[in-house]
Design a protein around this ligand. Structure first.
Ligand SMILES: C[S@@+](CC[C@H](N)C(=O)[O-])C[C@H]1O[C@@H](n2cnc3c(N)ncnc32)[C@H](O)[C@@H]1O
Length: 216
């Protein structure tokens, strides 16, 4: 598999990947951001969970440490960020199963996972790729399984809306800033799609969206 000109690495250019963890700590209220992700994932022993676009693996490692009875899998399209993630998991003694994969070609059979989580990855994808990633995530969820997506949300206040207006030429952010991610999930076949939480950060608001695979 090759990455293409369409591919956006963790911190934009590949050369900045090694600054991703300190950057996120500085800009993202990381502790609150990740704790809420874990809370909303509602993990329980015996479940199998997948983190799509896991980056440096911080969330996957935390999930495995806090929920040792859960089988945690994580994928990312970038070998270099996966090397950081694998090293982090090894140092933490967390048995996360990492694979290199694109979000629209997940290497798992239909219905494998009880939960899928994806944080800060969807704004790296152009609109068509958001749609096929959502369809692929639906495929690997079991009926009744849940997706938790945390990504750049549509700003609510006037200053944020002005920034969103200025950013509208950036295609990867367009669906996020126009509040169209829920429609992307519904269009892919998810049910009960809702924004269940949001936090503000130094950069943009982050919305937590949930959706279910019908059935189960
Ligand atoms: C901003 S980082 C977020 C990492 C992590 N989820 C987090 O919360 O810190 C986005 C990640 O998505 C990955 N990514 C971008 N496009 C992807 C794609 N099409 N398939 C899989 N991973 C992708 C990048 O390599 C990067 O590691």
């Amino acid at each position: 598999m090759t990455t293409t000109a369409r591919y956006v690495h963790a911190f934009g250019p590949a050369a900045l990947t090694r600054f991703y963890d300190p950057g996120i700590r500085l800009l993202m209220r990381e502790e609150a951001f990740r704790s809420r992700l874990l809370l909303h994932m509602q993990l329980a022993p015996g479940q199998r969970v997948l983190d799509v676009g896991c980056g440096t693996g911080t969330l996957a490692v935390l999930a495995q440490q806090r929920h040792p009875g859960v089988e945690v899998h994580a994928v990312d399209g970038d070998d270099k960020v996966l090397a950081i993630a694998r090293d982090k998991a090894a140092r933490a003694g967390a048995a996360v199963r990492f694979e290199r994969a694109m979000a629209w070609a997940l290497p798992y059979p239909d219905g494998t996972f009880d939960r899928v989580v994806s944080s800060l990855m969807f704004h790296h994808l152009i609109a068509d790729d958001k749609r096929r990633a959502a369809q692929e995530i639906l495929r690997v969820l079991r009926p009744g399984g849940a997706l938790l997506l945390a990504d750049v949300g549509a700003p609510r206040g006037a200053p944020g809306r002005a920034i969103a207006w200025a950013l509208r030429p950036f295609e990867r952010l367009r669906e996020n800033l126009a509040d169209r991610l829920p429609a992307v999930l519904t269009g892919a076949g998810f049910s009960d799609v809702a924004e269940i939480d949001r936090i503000s950060t130094a950069l943009m608001p982050i919305a937590y969206l949930q959706g279910r695979k019908p059935g189960g």
